[in-house]
Every structure is written in C-alpha cells, then in structure tokens.
Design a protein around this ligand. Structure first.
Ligand code: FE2
Ligand code: FE2
Length: 144
C-alpha cells in the first residue's frame, strides 16, 4: 500500500529534480507504511519514525539547495519567492519532528502526511518547480 504513486508526481524538465522528487515520494511512502504498522501496535516500526523524519528533513534540505543553486546560476527572477517557500517547509518539518519527539502522536502525524505534505509536494512540483525547470532548461540551452 502506497500513498503516492509515481504517476502522481509531475515530471519537470530537469532530471536532477525528477530524481529528488522520486526520492521524496519514496520517503513519504515509507513513512506512511511505518505509521500504519505503528498504529497496528508494531513498536519496531514506531521507533523507525523519528530517524526517518530526520532523513526527510535532510533530504528536503539538499533537494531544495540543489534547486536554489540552479536558480542562482541561471538568474531565475522568482528565486526569492521559491526559496521562501522552501524555507517555510523546512521550518514546518522541524516543527513536525519536534512535535513527534514530544508526543509520538501517530494519528496527528498521519494527518499531516495525508492532508498537508503530499498535497504540498505535488502542488509545489507542478507550480514553482515546473516553472523553475523550464527557465533553467532554457538558460542551459542558451549557453550551450
Ligand atoms: Fe523540488
Ligand atoms: Fe522547489
């Protein structure tokens, strides 16, 4: 059982971004599985949730940094707006991790995953990331 199917993730014009998005979707699916197993009483799965949340944060940080470096290189005009959104999500993920460390509230984390994080990822890819990939792709073509 998966939460995000590969076909739900929009494809953008740059491979490194598609690779990061596939990895992010895989982490979300693993978290979804662990939460289901934890809700069924599996303590071993529950213990894997905190390190996975830390990995999700770390991967998001490097995923966003790769996009930001390309935006700077290509002189993307909406860089500030795209970067602000990345920073907002990193802040949110920090809060989600510290909340989990405090209370291990399974349903609350499932709710965040189902109603916020998945929708955010798909929406962010289909808007800001798509436009960024188009701009950077054209820039690459113009300097090639
Ligand atoms: Fe992205
Ligand atoms: Fe992005």
């Amino acid at each position: 059982m998966t939460l995000l199917k590969p076909e739900q993730i929009p494809t953008v014009g740059l491979d490194f971004m598609n690779h990061d998005h596939a990895a992010a979707a895989e982490q979300i699916n693993t978290l979804y599985q662990l939460l289901r197993q934890a809700r069924a009483g599996d303590k071993a799965s529950e213990e894997l949730i905190e390190p996975l949340l830390a990995e999700i944060y770390a991967h998001s940080q490097s995923h966003f940094a790769r996009e930001e470096a390309e935006m700077i290189r290509a002189g993307f005009p909406a860089y500030g707006c795209h970067k602000d959104e990345h920073e907002r999500v990193l802040e949110e993920l920090t809060q989600v991790l510290s909340q989990w460390q405090k209370d291990q509230h399974i349903e609350q984390l499932e709710d965040y995953l189902n109603t916020t994080l998945c929708d955010w990822l798909i929406n962010h890819i289909s808007t800001m990331d798509t436009v960024t990939a188009m701009f950077v792709g054209r820039y690459n073509h113009s300097v090639a």
